[in-house]
Design a protein around this ligand. Structure first.
Ligand code: OSB
Ligand code: MG
Length: 370
């Protein structure tokens, strides 16, 4: 497969509702859509989902565009690649942003699926026909608002709910949720907002809410802190921000820093690393599941295919686009069925039709390398 042209677009999409978490507040979404063109006339799409500020993880949209256009594109144009690993090897030690790496690599998987005439899911070794999903609920102004959203999601069939927490927005909230729904599958995500020395009491108190996991309570680099906490808590700790590579996963495993890991292609540079990390984790009895970062349907298509692998046993963060955007970049978009699952597409390629006119409509910047 030989790439002849790379198009990189920065998109700005208004959010239909703003989203707050421990580090800040989002009012609109920026994302980078990468398309790869081959000599044989195929086009592959991928997404590097970014946030309007370089919070959460590395890589603003602008940094992504710079690395994709100036570092990655020149290394992939004109060369024949037989596998996604070979493709990734062409730039992985040269482009430091894993966010920037994700879009091109996913676009390459999309090309492979088209060339081989198979679904992305079967290319990735997935066998599920539907995946269980849940919502990630942001920090609201009032507990009442959160309860209303939880109720709405449960009515819509969502199988589990994850609520964002931060110091001071945790115990009272969880007490209120558990009072109404003693048995629902409930998880929390601290987005690295706690410190073991300052918030030990609250962190220990989380153990009494029968949570299915406590996601990333402490700083990304505080693996020993997570290990100390996991040692004392019966609730599984799930790492998100801490795990960027399979080496991080190995370190976390040897420290017993977690019992679960949230795998997001966008955080680890694409699907090659997602597969490596998930295999390492399952081999070491760490439960894996697929997270998200407000991708549009293009990025979500890769997350859905990944979550269709047997190892991904916990429901994915996979809210439908309507929760965030006025329209999706794929049509028809995926839907959450009343049983709380999303159907895994079986047709060859991405499984969804990319809406190029909508990509164009939201594009605020474009770079072409050929
Ligand atoms: O921690 O999982 C996270 C969004 C932005 C940054 C970090 C996180 C999230 C989410 C989004 O929880 C979940 C989704 O994409 O549906
Ligand atoms: Mg998280």
């Amino acid at each position: 497969m030989e790439i002849t042209r790379v198009e990189i677009r920065k998109l700005r999409l208004p959010l239909t509702t703003e989203f707050k978490y421990s580090l800040g507040e989002l009012t609109h979404k920026e994302t980078v859509i990468t398309s790869l063109y081959t000599k044989d006339g195929l086009v592959g799409y991928g997404e590097s989902s970014t946030l309007p500020a370089p919070i959460y993880y590395q890589g603003s949209a602008d940094e992504c565009i710079h690395q994709q256009a100036d570092i990655i594109a020149p290394r992939i144009i004109g060369t024949h690649f037989a596998s996604a690993t070979a493709f990734r090897d062409a730039y992985k030690d040269h482009a430091s942003s894993l966010t920037a790496q994700t879009g091109p690599e996913c676009a390459f998987w999309h090309l492979l699926a088209q060339e081989k005439q198979v679904s992305l899911t079967s290319l990735l070794g997935g066998s599920r026909t539907e995946i269980p999903v849940g919502e990630s609920i942001g920090i609201k102004d009032t507990i009442e608002e959160t309860l209303q959203e939880v109720e709405q999601r449960l009515n819509e069939g969502f199988i589990r709910v994850k609520v964002k927490i931060k110091p001071g927005w945790d115990i009272t909230l969880l007490t209120a949720i558990r009072e109404k729904w003693p048995a629902m599958d409930l998880a929390v995500d601290g987005n690295a907002g706690y410190r073991l020395d300052m918030h030990e009491k609250a962190l220990r108190a989380l153990d009494s809410f029968r949570l299915s996991m406590i996601e990333q309570p402490l700083a990304a680099d505080d693996l020993t802190g997570h290990a100390a906490l996991q040692h004392d808590l019966k609730t599984p700790i799930c790492l998100d921000e801490s795990i960027a590579t399979v080496e991080d996963m190995a370190t976390a495993t040897s420290l017993h820093a977690c019992k679960m890991v949230n795998i997001k292609p966008i955080r680890v540079g694409g699907l090659v690393a997602s597969l490596q990390i998930s295999e390492y984790a399952t081999d070491h009895n760490i439960r894996v599941w697929c997270g998200g970062m407000f991708e549009t349907g293009i990025g979500r298509a890769f997350n859905i295919a990944l979550a269709a692998r047997e190892a991904f046993t916990y429901p994915a963060d996979m809210s439908p686009y309507q929760f965030y955007f006025a329209e999706d970049l794929i049509e028809p978009s995926y839907i959450v069925k009343p049983n709380g699952h999303i159907d895994v597409p079986e047709q060859p390629g991405l499984g969804y039709i990319v809406q190029t006119d909508r990509i164009e409509k939201y594009t605020v910047e474009k770079r072409v390398v050929s």
